[in-house]
Design a binder for this molecule. Structure first.
Ligand code: C5P
Length: 247
């Protein structure tokens, strides 16, 4: 694997990314790995080129979302494998939003795949590999001191804002946003920001016309090579970038 991390000490090794320190204590490098995992890491494959594609997809979406004024950890994508971000103390929750039934929602409730869910559904999962990221309701989260109720309300509101923006952004690229997972953290001054990544590893995307999968489900379900699918997603995003006009 190509190792071109600029500098710094490895602070955190995740399944698809590694986080390194920089000279500035408030900034971190995120290194996007050429690796795909599913089933909480039980299925793990090296995929050449995936890291760069996810970095560019994530960087493009973070840049555009941040330009709307939404708070994120994004600073800039610097090269082909690393993104510079602001250090955030992560809230150990995965915030899932579902616009249509898919994945675990289908297996849990035995509903028709892609059934529209109106209003969109929010779910929280506790980030713990040892516990297999269990679902948690608000009272479980509050009683265990993971986050206060007011923070959960804010996370839902922020996730809705991301949903509205992302749904419209993908629609411009001829893609429908089925569901996605977000992670949030707090900057040193307490500001809540969207962190982690915005890529087809963390969202279900379908072609608006054919409903073909354009995300990690291709890997999860062994539907063929992942790289051409992610490359097509990036191509469509780049082709539908709008110029920002400053007045
Ligand atoms: O598997 P499930 O149906 O609960 O996933 C819902 C959404 O959250 C999907 O877009 C999936 O890619 C994302 N997800 C994730 N990381 C997890 C679990 C789910 O990005 N650990």
């Amino acid at each position: 694997m190509k190792q071109d991390v600029k500098q710094g000490v490895l602070l955190y090794a995740g399944k698809a990314k590694q986080v390194f320190s920089t000279d500035d204590p408030e900034l971190l490098w995120v290194y996007y790995l050429d690796q795909a995992t599913a089933l909480n890491g039980k299925k793990k494959v090296a995929i050449d080129g995936k890291g760069t594609l996810n970095l560019h997809i994530s960087g493009l979406l973070f840049k555009e979302l941040a330009a709307t004024g939404f708070p994120t950890h994004f600073v800039t994508d610097m090269d082909n494998q690393n993104m510079l971000v602001r250090r955030a103390k992560m809230i150990p929750l995965e915030v899932v939003v579902r616009n249509r039934a898919s994945g675990h929602f289908v297996s849990r409730f035995n509903v028709t795949p892609l059934r529209v869910l109106d209003p969109a559904i929010h779910e929280f999962y506790y980030k713990s590999d040892a516990l297999d990221d269990p679902f948690m309701n608000d009272e479980q989260i509050v009683a265990l001191g993971i986050a206060p109720r007011a923070t959960l309300d804010t996370l839902r509101t922020m996730a809705d804002q991301v949903n509205t923006w992302l749904t419209a952004r993908w629609a411009r690229a001829g893609i429908e946003l089925v569901d996605f997972k977000l992670e949030f953290g707090r900057l040193a001054d307490g500001t809540l920001v969207l962190a982690d990544e915005l890529s087809p590893d963390n969202m279900r995307l379908i072609d608006a016309q054919t409903h073909a999968s354009l995300d990690k489900d291709v890997f999860r379900q062994d539907e063929g090579p992942l790289v051409p699918v992610y490359a097509e997603v990036l191509r469509r995003l780049q082709a539908t970038q709008q110029e920002v006009h400053h007045v």
